[in-house]
Design a protein around this ligand. Structure first.
Ligand SMILES: [Zn+2]
Length: 262
């Protein structure tokens, strides 16, 4: 059977030996991996992997909003300009991850304003080239939804709720996202295989045709794309379908989305 799993969000060039990671993913029937960069350099590295693994690696392009922790805005803007050029000359499947990364370190000053400005630039670019967008929102789910309201885009909310406790507000934001037709991709928690309560909630309450799975690896625990196999196993009960049925649904959802990005 052609691929049973798709990892819709992985920072592939971040592994010490990405070729080996891709091979192990394929051994576990992960047939496609959307490679998400942090900046222009990692986009170029992912693009080299896509040349070596053209059937498996698909590209997403963006400057991650957490770059504001390390780089000045001028540098980030330069990266964004190079990325804008790249996506017009090369085949990519998505713009992302982009969004708002709120931490205690950027609660004051202009960083959050700059993040929103950069987020909007990415959304404008996605509209321009007709691609879906992968949205990161750490501690900023409602603010990200406010910005997204101004756009008509296919949106994947990547691990949208972080470690938020499940509150009434969280439920309301999930409902709004569902009403707008957004997709949700479910990631493992940093502690291997242990899903957040909120991921179970998403798997239970979001329509099945809007669910996706992702590794978001490597992160601290060197999580690999093959972890999506375990996520499917953990969420099929919430989806109220068999494991086989969940596999089929999640694979079809991702495949349909990717096929539209041509
Ligand atoms: Zn990520």
């Amino acid at each position: 059977m052609e691929g049973k799993f798709i990892d819709i969000h992985n920072h592939t060039c971040g592994y010490a030996n990405p070729d080996a990671v891709i091979r192990r993913a394929k051994d576990k029937c992960v047939s496609k991996i959307l490679a998400v960069p942090f900046d222009y350099i990692s986009l170029q590295k992912n693009a080299e992997l896509a040349v070596r693994h053209p059937d498996t690696i698909l590209l997403s392009a963006a400057v991650h909003p957490n770059r504001f922790e390390k780089k000045p805005y001028s540098r980030i803007n330069r990266d964004f300009k190079m990325i804008s050029r790249f996506v017009r000359d090369n085949r990519i499947s998505a713009i992302g991850e982009t969004g708002l990364h709120y931490t205690q370190y950027n609660a004051y000053g202009h960083v959050r304003e700059w993040q929103e400005e950069l987020f909007r630039k990415h959304l404008d670019l996605a509209e321009d080239i007709g691609r879906m967008v992968i949205v990161h929102s750490l501690g900023s789910f409602s603010q990200a939804l406010r910005v997204l309201k101004d756009y008509k885009l296919t949106v994947i909310l990547h691990y949208p709720l972080g470690s938020y406790p499940v509150s009434k507000k969280t439920r309301r934001l999930i409902k709004t996202s569902v009403e707008r037709g957004y997709y949700f991709s479910i990631a493992p928690k940093d502690r291997f295989g242990n899903l957040e309560e909120v991921s179970h909630l998403v798997a239970r309450e979001v329509p099945k045709n809007r669910l996706l799975v992702e590794s978001d690896g490597p992160r601290r625990k060197k999580i690999e794309p093959a972890v999506v196999v375990k996520i499917v196993d953990k969420i099929c009960h919430d989806m109220k379908v068999s494991e086989d049925e969940a596999k089929k649904i999640l694979y079809t959802n991702a495949m349909k989305l990717l096929e539209k990005q041509i």
